[in-house]
Each structure stands twice: as structure tokens, then as C-alpha cells.
Design a protein around this ligand. Structure first.
Ligand code: 5GP
Length: 143
């Protein structure tokens, strides 16, 4: 597993504001934005701001902040998209499916009528992502 943190990874660049994202939530320790290649409608990523490759490199405080934000955002995802279920996942190491080497949590809504799309496969339409982000951000803003 990779242990050295690469400060040029894509989420580090999003955190620094060097790359855009459809951000729906931010606090002192975490940020949440839509996955650009969503496995289902509303697929959202929660990213601790701490520079850590994976769960093993994250401090206990960082882990606590990340799971707190994951619960907050997952509640809003449930309210906004009314899925039949929600998967929360977190991958450590390429062998486990991790493709971006900055620790993050996936919130993946599941719909009984919709098959799950491939992991990190197909970029969604920017218009659809924007519309989903606006709805989710609105739910988070009024909580
Ligand atoms: P991992 O495979 O590391 O657990 O998950 C990385 C996730 O980040 C994938 O689901 C992939 O679709 C998503 N992703 C990759 N590049 C970008 C990007 O530039 N912006 C956003 N918002 N998501 C990305």
C-alpha cells in the first residue's frame, strides 16, 4: 500500500481550490462533493482535509470528523434522492479498488430499479451533476 502522501493527487488539488468540484458541504476538517463518475445518482465523496493516503494514515480526530460528515451528508442524500438504500464504502490500496490516494468515503445511493454503474468508469453530464449538487447542497444548507 502507498504510504507517502502525494500532494499533487486530484483530491489535494480540489481541496486547494486548484481544480473545480460540485461541492455540497464543507467544515473545518472535511469537504464533500459529487463523484464525477457516479455509480448512481447522488454518489457523493466525503474527504478529510488532513493529508492522508488512506484510513491508516488518518488521525483519530480526522477519522471522527470524516464519519461525522459522512453521516450528515448521507442523511441529506437520503432526503434528497429517496434511494431504497445507501452504501458507505472506503477503499485502502489499489488492490482494494482505491484509485485516488487521498483518504475518502463514498456515499452511494442504491435504487431497486437501477443497476450500479462501474467504479470510476464513466463521467456524468456536467448539467446533471450540477442539478444534483444544487439539490443536495440545499438540503444540507437547511439542516
Ligand atoms: P477510489 O477509487 O479512490 O475509492 O475513489 C475515487 C473516486 O473519485 C472514484 O469514484 C472516481 O469516480 C472519483 N473521481 C476521480 N477523479 C475525480 C475528479 O476529478 N473529481 C471528482 N469529483 N471525482 C473524481
Amino acid at each position: 500500500m502507498q504510504s507517502e502522501y502525494d500532494s499533487q493527487n486530484i483530491f489535494a488539488r480540489i481541496l486547494r481550490g486548484e481544480l473545480p468540484s460540485f461541492k455540497v458541504y464543507e467544515d473545518a476538517d472535511t469537504i464533500a462533493f459529487l463523484d464525477i463518475m457516479p455509480q448512481s445518482d447522488g454518489h457523493t465523496l466525503v474527504v478529510p482535509k488532513e493529508a492522508a493516503v488512506d484510513l491508516f494514515g488518518l488521525s483519530e480526530a480526522g477519522a471522527a470528523a470524516a464519519i461525522r460528515t459522512t453521516q450528515i451528508v448521507a442523511r441529506a442524500v437520503r432526503e434528497t434522492f429517496a434511494p431504497d438504500g445507501i452504501v458507505i464504502s472506503q477503499f485502502n490500496g489499489a488492490a482494494a479498488g482505491q484509485t485516488v490516494p487521498h483518504v475518502h468515503f463514498h456515499i452511494v445511493p442504491r435504487y431497486a430499479s437501477q443497476a450500479l454503474r462501474g467504479h470510476a468508469r464513466e463521467q456524468a453530464s456536467m448539467d446533471v451533476l450540477k442539478a444534483h449538487a444544487e439539490r443536495l447542497a440545499a438540503a444540507l444548507a437547511k439542516r
